[in-house]
Design a binder for this molecule. Structure first.
Ligand SMILES: NC(=O)c1ccc[n+]([C@@H]2O[C@H](COP(=O)([O-])OP(=O)(O)OC[C@H]3O[C@@H](n4cnc5c(N)ncnc54)[C@H](OP(=O)(O)O)[C@@H]3O)[C@@H](O)[C@H]2O)c1
Length: 340
């Protein structure tokens, strides 16, 4: 093997055989890299309508998207393709001519993200290759792409101390890779910054109004034997999902922290749960270190700065107000519990 300088002289700076030029000396065309790396302007349908292609039909957020689009009278279809099936997705797009793609497709792990530790290839095929494939297809066609991503790519650090009120902004890059799930999400988020038609929504600890639904963060922490007590940014879905649709319609792009402003701790959540939903509810706390011992992967705890989203949606409620309005008050009312 040659030293670096000898190798440069031999293979780079010495005249090469005519591999990069035709016999008449004209340069050959560059290798074909693909069809979609030239950015296009926004795709408009001739009828001027907005049409949505949605990924994640069988999932929680994907189901919410379909319900919301149905309720609001938008034209949409669910994709039948896997995220990395480029030809299949292109064919669906040709048939539907969507102006927007909404994707809540992702590998999240069952029963929880620990699954991703032991299924790393499957996880990255969807969360990295699949998501980039979709973003790339949209880039080539000028279709607006909303990706329901995660804010679980950060952990409190010296510049963003727990309780300081200083949250991570959209400019910050992931600082948490304690789980393989978060590692894939942080990696792909940074890559997505380069695409011009992609909107990345950093969802965290989603909370719906159905407190008996097993994926709901409040259901989970009300059923665990022990819980930590750490303030976090969270996403109240009944308020935020309509905001996500509006963001897509406004064709916003780039990264947005997609949580309600402020933080709420596990114990504060459980205090509200007890007051407005199950008066006899009790819970037991343990420390982060004790929690780490029973999990295969670490969990992220952080505060996200919502200033950017608040500029677009100044009416958005703070996390505790949103929890009360969209989750606890309707549940208290349904059960006849007086909620003062
Ligand atoms: N739930 C949370 O706590 C949470 C928190 C923050 C962020 N998020 C993010 O929000 C998004 C949606 O979350 P969710 O809770 O609704 O997830 P979910 O309930 O686990 O649903 C995931 C969906 O993705 C689909 N999917 C997985 N791999 C796919 C692939 N290769 N091609 C096409 N579809 C694929 C699944 O379809 P199949 O059933 O056909 O595989 C399913 O419909 C995810 O990106 C997740 O990371 C979720």
């Amino acid at each position: 093997m040659l030293g670096i300088k000898e190798s440069l002289v031999k293979y780079v700076f010495q005249p090469q055989p005519a591999a990069s030029s035709a016999p008449d000396g004209t340069p050959k065309a560059p290798p074909k890299l693909g069809t979609s790396y030239t950015p296009r302007g926004p795709f408009e349908r001739p009828d001027g309508k907005m049409v949505f292609l949605v990924f994640g039909r069988t999932g929680w957020l994907g189901g919410e998207l379909g319900q919301m689009l149905t309720d609001s009278g938008h034209k949409f279809e669910y994709s039948k393709c896997r995220l990395h099936d480029r030809a299949g997705i292109e064919a669906e797009i040709e048939a539907l001519q969507p102006t927007h793609i909404l994707s809540a497709a992702g590998v999240t792990g069952r029963p929880n993200v620990d699954w991703c530790e032991f299924n790393q290839v499957k996880t990255l095929q969807t969360n990295i290759l699949g998501v980039l494939n979709l973003a790339d297809i949209c880039e080539g066609r000028g279709i607006h792409f909303t990706n329901f991503a995660t804010g679980c790519i950060f952990e409190y650090d010296d510049a963003h101390k727990l309780g300081s009120g200083v949250g991570f902004t959209e400019e910050d890059k992931a600082n948490f890779d304690g789980s393989f799930y978060s590692k894939t999400k942080g990696f792909v988020e940074d890559m997505l910054r380069s695409y011009n038609h992609t909107l990345t929504l950093r969802v965290r600890m989603p909370i719906g109004a159905d407190l008996e639904f097993g994926r709901n963060f409040l259901y989970k922490i009300s059923h665990y034997a022990k819980i930590v007590d750490i303030p976090n940014s969270m996403t109240v879905l009944p308020e935020m999902m309509p905001i996500s649709l509006e963001m897509a319609k406004r064709r916003l792009t780039g990264i947005y922290n997609f949580t309600n402003p402020g933080v709420v701790s596990h114990n504060e959540c459980m205090e509200m749960y007890k007051k407005y939903y199950k008066p006899d509810h009790t819970w037991t706390n343990f420390t982060l270190e004790e929690q780490d011992k029973i999990l295969s992967a670490k969990r992220s705890n952080n505060e996200l700065d919502c200033t950017k989203l608040q500029k677009e949606f100044p009416e958005m409620l703070g996390i505790k107000e949103s929890l009360l309005k969209y989750v606890f008050e309707p549940n208290a009312k349904a059960q006849g519990i007086a909620a003062e």
